[in-house]
Design a binder for this molecule. Structure first.
Ligand code: NAD
Length: 358
Protein backbone atom coordinates (compact mmCIF):
# COMPACT_ATOMS: atom_id res chain seq x y z
CA UNK A 1 0.00 0.00 0.00
CA UNK A 2 1.43 3.39 -1.03
CA UNK A 3 -0.17 6.68 -0.01
CA UNK A 4 0.41 9.71 -2.24
CA UNK A 5 1.24 7.57 -5.29
CA UNK A 6 -0.15 10.13 -7.74
CA UNK A 7 2.52 12.58 -6.58
CA UNK A 8 6.17 12.99 -7.50
CA UNK A 9 7.99 10.50 -5.25
CA UNK A 10 5.05 8.14 -4.63
CA UNK A 11 4.68 7.52 -8.37
CA UNK A 12 8.42 6.74 -8.63
CA UNK A 13 8.04 4.27 -5.75
CA UNK A 14 5.13 2.55 -7.53
CA UNK A 15 7.09 2.38 -10.83
CA UNK A 16 9.98 0.81 -8.92
CA UNK A 17 7.77 -1.72 -7.08
CA UNK A 18 5.91 -2.80 -10.22
CA UNK A 19 9.12 -3.08 -12.24
CA UNK A 20 11.41 -4.78 -9.72
CA UNK A 21 9.18 -6.65 -7.28
CA UNK A 22 6.52 -9.30 -7.58
CA UNK A 23 3.75 -7.62 -5.61
CA UNK A 24 0.36 -5.99 -5.87
CA UNK A 25 0.40 -2.23 -5.27
CA UNK A 26 -2.52 -0.19 -3.97
CA UNK A 27 -2.20 3.57 -4.43
CA UNK A 28 -4.28 5.68 -2.02
CA UNK A 29 -4.39 9.30 -3.17
CA UNK A 30 -6.79 12.20 -2.65
CA UNK A 31 -5.66 13.85 -5.91
CA UNK A 32 -5.03 17.28 -4.44
CA UNK A 33 -3.52 20.00 -6.67
CA UNK A 34 -0.25 17.98 -6.36
CA UNK A 35 -1.65 14.59 -7.34
CA UNK A 36 -2.29 13.82 -10.98
CA UNK A 37 -3.65 10.78 -12.75
CA UNK A 38 -1.47 11.74 -15.74
CA UNK A 39 1.49 10.81 -13.53
CA UNK A 40 0.12 7.31 -13.03
CA UNK A 41 -0.70 6.79 -16.73
CA UNK A 42 2.36 4.55 -17.42
CA UNK A 43 1.12 1.90 -14.95
CA UNK A 44 -2.65 2.52 -14.82
CA UNK A 45 -3.42 -0.63 -16.83
CA UNK A 46 -0.93 -2.87 -15.03
CA UNK A 47 -3.02 -5.69 -13.49
CA UNK A 48 -0.86 -5.56 -10.33
CA UNK A 49 -1.83 -1.89 -9.76
CA UNK A 50 -4.96 -0.68 -7.93
CA UNK A 51 -5.99 2.92 -7.40
CA UNK A 52 -8.16 4.19 -4.54
CA UNK A 53 -9.23 7.83 -4.61
CA UNK A 54 -9.35 8.54 -0.91
CA UNK A 55 -8.19 10.86 1.86
CA UNK A 56 -5.80 9.61 4.55
CA UNK A 57 -7.69 11.83 7.00
CA UNK A 58 -10.84 9.73 6.49
CA UNK A 59 -10.43 7.03 9.13
CA UNK A 60 -13.40 4.81 8.18
CA UNK A 61 -12.27 4.88 4.55
CA UNK A 62 -8.72 3.88 5.57
CA UNK A 63 -10.08 1.04 7.75
CA UNK A 64 -12.16 -0.17 4.80
CA UNK A 65 -9.12 -0.19 2.50
CA UNK A 66 -6.97 -2.10 5.01
CA UNK A 67 -9.76 -4.65 5.32
CA UNK A 68 -10.19 -4.91 1.56
CA UNK A 69 -6.51 -5.27 0.63
CA UNK A 70 -4.90 -6.79 3.78
CA UNK A 71 -1.59 -4.97 3.11
CA UNK A 72 1.81 -6.47 3.95
CA UNK A 73 3.20 -2.97 4.33
CA UNK A 74 2.24 0.66 3.97
CA UNK A 75 4.61 3.28 2.60
CA UNK A 76 3.15 6.58 3.73
CA UNK A 77 4.10 9.43 1.38
CA UNK A 78 0.81 11.36 1.12
CA UNK A 79 1.48 14.85 2.38
CA UNK A 80 1.24 18.52 1.70
CA UNK A 81 4.81 19.04 0.57
CA UNK A 82 5.42 22.60 -0.63
CA UNK A 83 7.15 24.89 1.90
CA UNK A 84 5.88 28.08 0.22
CA UNK A 85 2.27 26.87 0.46
CA UNK A 86 2.80 26.03 4.15
CA UNK A 87 3.82 29.65 4.77
CA UNK A 88 0.75 30.99 2.93
CA UNK A 89 -1.73 28.64 4.63
CA UNK A 90 -0.54 25.96 7.07
CA UNK A 91 -3.99 24.43 7.70
CA UNK A 92 -3.86 21.60 5.17
CA UNK A 93 -0.34 20.71 6.39
CA UNK A 94 -1.58 20.22 9.95
CA UNK A 95 -4.54 18.20 8.73
CA UNK A 96 -2.92 15.86 6.22
CA UNK A 97 0.62 15.58 7.58
CA UNK A 98 -0.25 15.27 11.26
CA UNK A 99 -3.89 14.15 11.54
CA UNK A 100 -3.63 11.98 8.43
CA UNK A 101 -0.55 10.21 9.79
CA UNK A 102 -2.27 9.71 13.15
CA UNK A 103 -5.27 8.16 11.34
CA UNK A 104 -3.07 5.74 9.45
CA UNK A 105 -1.18 4.74 12.60
CA UNK A 106 -4.44 3.97 14.38
CA UNK A 107 -5.82 2.15 11.35
CA UNK A 108 -2.67 0.02 11.18
CA UNK A 109 -2.87 -0.71 14.90
CA UNK A 110 -6.50 -1.84 14.59
CA UNK A 111 -5.60 -3.92 11.53
CA UNK A 112 -2.86 -5.80 13.38
CA UNK A 113 -5.01 -6.29 16.47
CA UNK A 114 -7.93 -7.67 14.44
CA UNK A 115 -5.93 -10.02 12.28
CA UNK A 116 -4.23 -13.20 13.38
CA UNK A 117 -2.77 -14.24 10.04
CA UNK A 118 0.79 -14.09 8.76
CA UNK A 119 0.19 -10.99 6.66
CA UNK A 120 -0.59 -8.84 9.66
CA UNK A 121 2.18 -10.34 11.80
CA UNK A 122 4.85 -9.28 9.27
CA UNK A 123 3.21 -5.94 8.58
CA UNK A 124 5.38 -2.80 8.40
CA UNK A 125 4.55 0.91 8.51
CA UNK A 126 7.07 3.10 6.69
CA UNK A 127 6.83 6.84 7.23
CA UNK A 128 8.54 8.87 4.50
CA UNK A 129 9.88 12.14 5.81
CA UNK A 130 12.30 14.94 5.09
CA UNK A 131 15.67 16.28 6.28
CA UNK A 132 13.91 19.62 6.87
CA UNK A 133 12.81 18.34 10.30
CA UNK A 134 16.41 18.88 11.49
CA UNK A 135 16.37 22.62 10.80
CA UNK A 136 19.41 24.32 9.36
CA UNK A 137 23.16 23.62 9.31
CA UNK A 138 25.98 26.17 9.40
CA UNK A 139 29.01 25.89 7.13
CA UNK A 140 30.13 22.55 8.57
CA UNK A 141 28.61 19.16 9.36
CA UNK A 142 25.94 16.76 8.13
CA UNK A 143 22.58 15.61 9.50
CA UNK A 144 22.73 12.14 11.05
CA UNK A 145 19.85 10.06 12.39
CA UNK A 146 20.77 11.43 15.84
CA UNK A 147 20.54 15.11 14.87
CA UNK A 148 18.07 16.99 17.00
CA UNK A 149 14.73 18.08 15.56
CA UNK A 150 14.54 21.85 14.99
CA UNK A 151 11.97 22.42 12.22
CA UNK A 152 11.67 26.02 11.03
CA UNK A 153 8.83 26.09 8.46
CA UNK A 154 5.22 24.99 9.03
CA UNK A 155 5.86 22.18 6.51
CA UNK A 156 8.95 20.96 8.40
CA UNK A 157 7.14 21.23 11.74
CA UNK A 158 4.20 19.17 10.46
CA UNK A 159 6.54 16.44 9.17
CA UNK A 160 8.47 16.51 12.47
CA UNK A 161 5.21 16.09 14.37
CA UNK A 162 4.31 13.10 12.19
CA UNK A 163 7.77 11.56 12.75
CA UNK A 164 7.28 11.87 16.51
CA UNK A 165 3.85 10.23 16.33
CA UNK A 166 5.29 7.32 14.33
CA UNK A 167 8.09 6.80 16.87
CA UNK A 168 5.64 7.02 19.77
CA UNK A 169 3.32 4.42 18.20
CA UNK A 170 6.32 2.10 18.00
CA UNK A 171 7.51 2.71 21.57
CA UNK A 172 4.06 2.76 23.18
CA UNK A 173 2.03 0.32 21.12
CA UNK A 174 4.74 -1.79 19.50
CA UNK A 175 3.65 -0.80 15.99
CA UNK A 176 6.27 -2.13 13.53
CA UNK A 177 7.52 1.10 11.97
CA UNK A 178 10.51 2.37 10.02
CA UNK A 179 11.21 6.00 9.12
CA UNK A 180 13.32 7.74 6.51
CA UNK A 181 14.40 11.37 6.18
CA UNK A 182 15.55 12.41 2.75
CA UNK A 183 17.08 15.48 1.14
CA UNK A 184 15.66 17.44 -1.83
CA UNK A 185 14.56 15.24 -4.72
CA UNK A 186 14.48 16.12 -8.41
CA UNK A 187 13.43 14.17 -11.49
CA UNK A 188 10.46 13.47 -13.80
CA UNK A 189 6.87 14.21 -12.75
CA UNK A 190 7.66 16.80 -10.09
CA UNK A 191 4.97 19.45 -9.80
CA UNK A 192 5.78 22.42 -12.09
CA UNK A 193 5.73 24.91 -9.21
CA UNK A 194 8.74 23.20 -7.50
CA UNK A 195 12.28 24.56 -7.94
CA UNK A 196 13.83 22.49 -10.76
CA UNK A 197 10.69 22.24 -12.99
CA UNK A 198 10.08 25.95 -12.38
CA UNK A 199 13.60 26.79 -13.61
CA UNK A 200 13.08 24.73 -16.77
CA UNK A 201 9.65 26.09 -17.64
CA UNK A 202 10.59 29.71 -16.93
CA UNK A 203 13.78 29.36 -18.98
CA UNK A 204 12.21 27.75 -22.04
CA UNK A 205 9.51 30.43 -22.09
CA UNK A 206 12.26 33.08 -21.71
CA UNK A 207 10.90 34.44 -18.44
CA UNK A 208 13.11 35.56 -15.56
CA UNK A 209 14.20 32.77 -13.19
CA UNK A 210 13.63 33.98 -9.60
CA UNK A 211 16.12 32.82 -6.95
CA UNK A 212 15.66 33.61 -3.28
CA UNK A 213 18.12 35.94 -1.50
CA UNK A 214 21.69 35.68 -2.77
CA UNK A 215 21.14 32.12 -4.05
CA UNK A 216 23.70 30.71 -1.61
CA UNK A 217 21.34 28.43 0.36
CA UNK A 218 22.66 24.87 0.09
CA UNK A 219 20.62 21.70 -0.41
CA UNK A 220 21.67 18.09 -0.90
CA UNK A 221 20.07 16.76 -4.12
CA UNK A 222 18.95 13.21 -4.97
CA UNK A 223 17.47 11.82 -8.19
CA UNK A 224 13.95 10.58 -7.45
CA UNK A 225 14.47 7.00 -8.73
CA UNK A 226 17.43 6.64 -6.35
CA UNK A 227 15.18 7.76 -3.50
CA UNK A 228 12.49 5.26 -4.57
CA UNK A 229 15.04 2.41 -4.51
CA UNK A 230 16.23 3.46 -1.04
CA UNK A 231 12.64 3.63 0.24
CA UNK A 232 11.82 0.11 -0.91
CA UNK A 233 15.00 -1.25 0.75
CA UNK A 234 14.14 0.57 3.98
CA UNK A 235 10.54 -0.65 3.89
CA UNK A 236 11.68 -4.26 3.37
CA UNK A 237 14.88 -4.52 5.40
CA UNK A 238 15.05 -1.54 7.76
CA UNK A 239 15.33 -2.39 11.45
CA UNK A 240 11.98 -1.76 13.14
CA UNK A 241 11.85 1.44 15.17
CA UNK A 242 14.87 2.85 13.34
CA UNK A 243 15.17 5.83 11.00
CA UNK A 244 17.39 6.14 7.94
CA UNK A 245 18.76 9.32 6.42
CA UNK A 246 18.83 9.29 2.62
CA UNK A 247 20.98 11.74 0.67
CA UNK A 248 22.64 12.22 -2.68
CA UNK A 249 26.13 13.37 -1.60
CA UNK A 250 25.42 16.32 -3.86
CA UNK A 251 25.43 19.62 -1.99
CA UNK A 252 24.77 22.55 -4.31
CA UNK A 253 23.81 26.18 -3.75
CA UNK A 254 20.53 27.22 -5.34
CA UNK A 255 22.50 29.34 -7.78
CA UNK A 256 24.60 26.32 -8.77
CA UNK A 257 21.42 24.32 -9.40
CA UNK A 258 20.00 27.04 -11.66
CA UNK A 259 23.28 27.41 -13.54
CA UNK A 260 23.54 23.63 -14.06
CA UNK A 261 20.00 23.48 -15.49
CA UNK A 262 20.68 26.53 -17.67
CA UNK A 263 23.91 24.98 -18.97
CA UNK A 264 22.06 21.79 -19.95
CA UNK A 265 19.36 23.87 -21.67
CA UNK A 266 22.04 25.84 -23.56
CA UNK A 267 23.28 22.54 -25.00
CA UNK A 268 19.88 20.85 -25.49
CA UNK A 269 18.19 23.83 -27.10
CA UNK A 270 21.36 24.81 -29.03
CA UNK A 271 21.26 28.51 -28.29
CA UNK A 272 17.53 28.99 -29.06
CA UNK A 273 17.46 32.08 -26.88
CA UNK A 274 20.44 33.79 -28.51
CA UNK A 275 22.18 34.27 -25.15
CA UNK A 276 22.93 31.94 -22.20
CA UNK A 277 19.84 30.92 -20.23
CA UNK A 278 21.54 31.94 -16.99
CA UNK A 279 21.16 35.57 -18.07
CA UNK A 280 17.49 35.11 -17.02
CA UNK A 281 18.45 34.63 -13.33
CA UNK A 282 16.91 37.27 -11.06
CA UNK A 283 17.75 37.43 -7.34
CA UNK A 284 14.62 38.27 -5.36
CA UNK A 285 13.56 38.89 -1.73
CA UNK A 286 14.31 35.92 0.51
CA UNK A 287 11.74 33.45 1.84
CA UNK A 288 10.91 33.97 5.56
CA UNK A 289 12.64 31.46 7.85
CA UNK A 290 14.77 30.21 4.93
CA UNK A 291 17.12 27.46 6.19
CA UNK A 292 20.72 28.08 5.10
CA UNK A 293 22.01 24.56 4.52
CA UNK A 294 20.83 20.94 4.57
CA UNK A 295 23.22 18.04 4.03
CA UNK A 296 22.83 14.36 4.79
CA UNK A 297 25.12 11.72 6.19
CA UNK A 298 23.67 8.61 4.50
CA UNK A 299 26.15 6.08 5.89
CA UNK A 300 23.52 4.08 7.79
CA UNK A 301 21.42 3.26 4.73
CA UNK A 302 24.58 2.65 2.72
CA UNK A 303 26.37 0.42 5.25
CA UNK A 304 23.39 -1.44 6.73
CA UNK A 305 21.14 -1.78 3.68
CA UNK A 306 23.63 -1.60 0.81
CA UNK A 307 22.01 1.39 -0.91
CA UNK A 308 23.87 4.00 -2.95
CA UNK A 309 22.60 6.49 -5.52
CA UNK A 310 23.14 5.50 -9.15
CA UNK A 311 22.88 8.98 -10.62
CA UNK A 312 25.33 11.80 -10.06
CA UNK A 313 23.84 15.28 -9.73
CA UNK A 314 24.89 16.05 -13.31
CA UNK A 315 23.62 12.79 -14.91
CA UNK A 316 20.31 13.00 -13.03
CA UNK A 317 19.84 16.62 -13.98
CA UNK A 318 20.45 15.85 -17.69
CA UNK A 319 17.75 13.14 -17.52
CA UNK A 320 15.40 15.52 -15.72
CA UNK A 321 15.77 18.39 -18.18
CA UNK A 322 15.30 15.98 -21.10
CA UNK A 323 12.13 14.57 -19.49
CA UNK A 324 10.58 18.03 -19.08
CA UNK A 325 11.48 19.05 -22.62
CA UNK A 326 9.85 15.89 -24.00
CA UNK A 327 6.78 15.91 -21.73
CA UNK A 328 5.34 19.37 -22.24
CA UNK A 329 1.85 17.84 -22.42
CA UNK A 330 2.18 16.47 -18.87
CA UNK A 331 3.26 19.91 -17.63
CA UNK A 332 0.34 21.59 -19.44
CA UNK A 333 -2.19 19.08 -18.05
CA UNK A 334 -0.96 19.70 -14.49
CA UNK A 335 -0.96 23.48 -14.99
CA UNK A 336 -4.49 23.38 -16.44
CA UNK A 337 -5.74 21.33 -13.49
CA UNK A 338 -4.16 23.87 -11.14
CA UNK A 339 -5.62 26.87 -12.90
CA UNK A 340 -9.04 25.24 -12.52
CA UNK A 341 -8.42 24.58 -8.81
CA UNK A 342 -6.71 27.94 -8.22
CA UNK A 343 -2.95 28.19 -7.72
CA UNK A 344 -1.29 28.97 -4.44
CA UNK A 345 -1.43 32.75 -4.11
CA UNK A 346 2.04 32.87 -2.56
CA UNK A 347 3.57 30.84 -5.37
CA UNK A 348 2.05 33.06 -8.03
CA UNK A 349 3.15 36.14 -6.11
CA UNK A 350 6.66 34.78 -5.60
CA UNK A 351 7.12 33.67 -9.22
CA UNK A 352 5.98 37.10 -10.30
CA UNK A 353 8.12 39.08 -7.92
CA UNK A 354 10.15 37.03 -5.50
CA UNK A 355 11.59 33.48 -5.40
CA UNK A 356 10.52 29.85 -5.52
CA UNK A 357 12.03 26.70 -4.11
CA UNK A 358 11.29 23.05 -3.36
P1 NAD B 1 3.83 15.67 -3.84
O1 NAD B 1 3.26 16.95 -3.33
O2 NAD B 1 4.36 15.62 -5.24
O3 NAD B 1 2.75 14.49 -3.73
C1 NAD B 1 1.93 14.33 -2.60
C2 NAD B 1 0.80 13.38 -2.96
O4 NAD B 1 0.00 13.17 -1.79
C3 NAD B 1 -0.12 13.92 -4.05
O5 NAD B 1 -0.39 12.91 -5.01
C4 NAD B 1 -1.39 14.30 -3.29
O6 NAD B 1 -2.57 14.19 -4.07
C5 NAD B 1 -1.37 13.28 -2.16
N1 NAD B 1 -2.13 13.73 -0.98
C6 NAD B 1 -2.04 14.95 -0.37
N2 NAD B 1 -2.90 15.00 0.66
C7 NAD B 1 -3.52 13.78 0.73
C8 NAD B 1 -4.49 13.21 1.58
N3 NAD B 1 -5.02 13.91 2.60
N4 NAD B 1 -4.87 11.93 1.37
C9 NAD B 1 -4.36 11.20 0.34
N5 NAD B 1 -3.45 11.71 -0.52
C10 NAD B 1 -3.03 12.98 -0.32
O7 NAD B 1 4.95 15.25 -2.78
P2 NAD B 1 6.33 14.52 -3.00
O8 NAD B 1 7.36 15.51 -3.34
O9 NAD B 1 6.11 13.34 -3.89
O10 NAD B 1 6.64 14.03 -1.52
C11 NAD B 1 6.17 12.76 -1.06
C12 NAD B 1 6.60 12.56 0.37
O11 NAD B 1 8.02 12.62 0.46
C13 NAD B 1 6.07 13.62 1.33
O12 NAD B 1 5.70 12.99 2.52
C14 NAD B 1 7.25 14.55 1.54
O13 NAD B 1 7.19 15.15 2.82
C15 NAD B 1 8.41 13.59 1.42
N6 NAD B 1 9.67 14.17 0.94
C16 NAD B 1 9.72 14.92 -0.21
C17 NAD B 1 10.92 15.42 -0.66
C18 NAD B 1 11.02 16.20 -1.95
O14 NAD B 1 12.11 16.71 -2.27
N7 NAD B 1 9.97 16.32 -2.74
C19 NAD B 1 12.09 15.19 0.07
C20 NAD B 1 12.01 14.43 1.25
C21 NAD B 1 10.80 13.91 1.66
Amino acid sequence: MVTGGAGFIGSAVIRHLLHSHDCQVVNIDKLTYAGNLATTAPFQTNPKYHFEWSDVCDRPAMAGLFKKYQPKAIMHLAAESHVDRSIDDPRAFIQTNIVGTYNLLETARDFIAASRDATASGFRFHHVSTDEVFGTLGDEGLFTEDSSYQPNSPYAASKAAADHLVRAWHETFGLPVVLSNCCNNYGPCQHPEKFVPMIISRAVSMQSIPVYGTGDNVRDWLYVDDHAAALVKIMQHGVLGRSYNVGGHAQRTNLQVVKTVCGILDRECSGAMGKPYESLIKLVADRPGHDQRYAINASRVRNELGWAPRESFESGMIKTVAWYLHNRQWVEEVQQKNSRKGQCAGVVKRIGGTGCEA
